[in-house]
Ligand binder design. Structure first.
Ligand code: ADP
Length: 368
């Protein structure tokens, strides 16, 4: 949908902010531009809605050169969200969100109705509608910013460090909300951040840029983590990329066993296993803790079962983490009701990781 074709931006003072950048930005997905401060991310984003004009090269939207379209029509098709939300301080929340529909000539009632609908969509309490921006928390203001950008239902959303000014917990909430909204609405989102973890979490495609406005690598996040193009990208990705990559592989295929799982009323009978540890559950099958077989039925203290992972929802990374944290080295798998689905050893998880790795390499080859 958006194609950036060998675009260069040289500012009047001679600064080359973006250097011969080419990117195909896929439809209905989130493309993240990430890189250190000053590497040309914001300039790139602003060239897409013509707040900045390229010096060389072309940008195509649906195959048409954006420079040949009236700038107002172009911007109407692109919502724009910035850091600190950039709300109009003298307008109420509902009127902030209704801004673009009003500009487009909608009646006040219709625009406000649409604004209320969007407040709900981005997780804002309707009671906030009549407040002013200064009466909202940073995270709430950012949600208003997203709602305002979505008000006229543009196919494209440009987001410039939208979540950078809020604390990590609020930020995680906003990221999750964006992913949920995106699942419902399927916009074409271009998202700028300097935070590689944010990029890896929300990006369908991630463009890593380096100082001087050059593209270092453009790939899906799992590929970035497995095959960084060079030392710069590897450095920028930071530590633990192998473990982080596991979050892209589901835990579904793990071979679970119920053999060492017993209910609390199993008495002194040994479970049908020679396992070193048994997992004790309550009558409903919820985990209580680990015990050595000799401790069954007695008053022996149970060892913590740690944090279980949810089969089918959680990734191999979560499963591995559970096994590493478990006092027995075995991870506990539960279903969505919290009932034990089985247990799995570190060794079995390691085998699954090797399998996932092999599949990952095959995928990379197919994609390449
Ligand atoms: P990023 O968003 O990655 O931090 P920017 O796109 O904001 O980077 O900036 C890229 C480079 O262009 C930086 O060196 C910055 O100082 C420079 N720059 C940005 N805007 C202007 C401008 N209006 N005039 C001159 N240089 C600019």
């Amino acid at each position: 949908m958006i194609r950036i074709d060998s675009v260069t931006k040289r500012y009047p003072d001679g600064t080359v902010a973006v250097d011969r950048l080419s990117l195909e930005i896929p439809d209905r997905s989130i493309t993240v531009l990430v890189g250190p401060s000053g590497c040309g991310k914001t300039t790139t984003l602003r060239m897409i809605n013509r707040m900045v004009e390229p010096t060389e090269g072309t940008i195509l939207l649906d195959g048409k050169d954006i420079l040949r379209q009236p700038v107002n029509t172009l911007r109407r098709s692109m919502g724009y969200v910035i850091q600190n939300a950039g709300l109009f301080q003298h307008r109420t929340i509902i009127d902030n969100i209704a801004t673009v529909p009003r500009l487009l000539g909608w009646s006040k009632d219709k625009a406000r109705e649409r604004a209320r609908e969007l407040m709900e969509r981005v997780g804002l309490d309707a009671a906030l509608a009549k407040r002013y921006p200064y009466q909202l928390s940073g995270g709430q203001q950012q949600r208003v910013g997203v709602a305002r950008a979505l008000a006229a239902d543009p196919p494209v959303l440009l987001m410039d460090e939208p979540f950078s000014a809020v604390d990590p917990i609020v930020r995680k909430g906003l990221q999750d909300e964006l992913l949920r909204i995106q699942e419902e609405l399927g916009k074409t989102i271009v998202f700028v951040t300097h935070d590689i973890d944010e990029a890896v979490k929300i990006g369908t495609m991630v463009a890593v840029m380096r100082t001087g406005g050059r593209l270092a690598q453009y790939a899906p996040p799992a590929e970035l983590l497995s095959d960084p193009a060079d030392a710069f990208v590897e450095d920028f990705l930071g530590a633990d990329r192998g473990v982080r990559r596991l979050s892209f592989f589901p835990s579904t295929g793990l071979e679970l066993t119920m053999a060492p799982v017993v209910t609390a009323d199993a008495g002194t009978e040994r479970a049908d296993t020679d396992a070193e540890f048994l997992l004790v559950t309550d009558a409903d099958g919820r985990p209580l803790g680990w015990t050595e077989p000799e401790g069954l039925g007695g008053n022996g203290r149970l060892l913590s079962y740690g944090r279980p992972f949810v089969v089918g929802t959680d990734s191999l990374r979560a499963a591995l983490d559970c096994a590493v944290l478990s006092p027995t080295g075995w991870a506990v798998a539960v279903d969505t009701d919290g009932k034990v689905a089985g247990v799995v050893s570190q060794q079995t998880i390691a085998e699954a990781i090797r399998g996932a790795h092999a599949r990952g390499l095959t995928d990379a080859k197919v994609a390449g």
